[in-house]
Design a protein around this ligand. Sequence first.
Ligand code: HEM
Length: 441
Amino acid sequence: MKVAFVLLSSLRLGAGFPGMMGVGRNSSPKPISKRTEPSVRQPLFLSKRPNTGITNPHPTFNATAQFVDVGPHSGHEFQAPGPNDRRGPCPGLNAAANHGFIPHNGILTAADGECLESTTAGVYSLTIVALKGLDEAFNVGPTFSVGASAVGVVYAGDFLTGTWSIGGKYPGSVPLLTDPPGLLGTHSKYEADGSPTRGDAYLNGGNVDVLDMNYFAQLYNLGTEYTHDIVAAHAEYCQAYSKANNPYFFLGPIGAFLSPGTNGLIINMMSNHSADIPGGTLTRDVLKSFYSVTGEPGSFVYKPGYERIPDNWYKRPDSFGLEDIGSDAQMNNLMYPGQISLGGNTGKVNTFTGVDPGNLTGGVFNAANLFQGNNLACFVLQATQQAVPGQFSGLLGNIGDLVKWLADILGPITKELGCPQLDVFRKEMFAPFPGAESYLH
Ligand code: HEM
């Protein structure tokens, strides 16, 4: 039965829409060249929060604990990726791999990390890659690293071995079957439209490994030092741009959270910290280093996979979890109501239609409570759990192994976050959206 699971998951994950299957880093996308600049809303207010986000108590600075040494003889010097190393849509993971905080080849296994952190909910499972290296590099906490990598194993990897790839596909544990796809093969399941700099799949012939220089320049030109309020405006631009140009624009449970959430990660995770500004500051040079971009507006050059942690860089002071990504995204949603929305365009541009979270979840999460407490993070994790059986059924008589594996890993996290019980998930509500095809099948 496990063999059948691998076969099914591998067969299905690449299928987004016609022309998308198998498209990867070295393919030749056929981009849609006609583009429309969108009109963008103004925020209802500015939050003026520090770059550490909505933190309580106030940020502090400890040079020894926060310095991330990537200098000579540190053991974390930059090493460019080789031809067989995987790199993908996440600049944080790419940079961590280039500096050896996670495996340089970009394929993560259970042996790469450990997570014995005690929490009120108990002890996290040892079987999941907890990415100790991401904690060292960025101060990523367990709800983020365990939750995000569990979803990585489900959609981008091979749960028989607990492996996943931060980039393209790799040989799975069962020879002769289609390979696990890596993050680059997870469009609309994990990798999503409306990203801060990555172009939408549809607009790039199915290739999700494209840094859209229009997006990067748009962000770059919003300031000389970046804040949460600036990236909230950028998230608004990216979504408006996708709605106005991509008839397949789709935001499923993870995508709706990722679009504002990853914009927030730019500020929360990439900012440099100091005694003078413990809340952090993000300059243009640091942004370019993390995004592997050189040059100036008009002559920017992006070198794929060369994302780099800058010299003299100090990470955030506190552990950052999935619930913190949720809090920041919620604040942005107050500034721009509806910035977190489930749904998509219905086959034509500017036809965005929302899906009511209350109907989707049998009332457990609704438009009001989704933005309270830890509910947004809960929704993302629990919707993933609920969606898995439908996504991997069909050829399988039993997917109990995967469902149990996921429940064992995510159980302590959802308990710690105080998540309500979710039993209903009407995934078929996404059927009207053509961009949901690969999410649904
Ligand atoms: C296990 C940990 C992680 C996983 C599984 C993960 C996964 C992903 C995925 C799938 C995307 C693509 C999202 C999309 O298409 O919209 C993404 C984007 C992103 N991630 Fe990560 N990530 C992780 C950790 C981190 C860390 C530690 C950072 C810190 C710098 C980070 C920063 C970002 C940013 C800024 C983006 C947006 C990229 C862009 O479009 O410009 N991530 N990540």
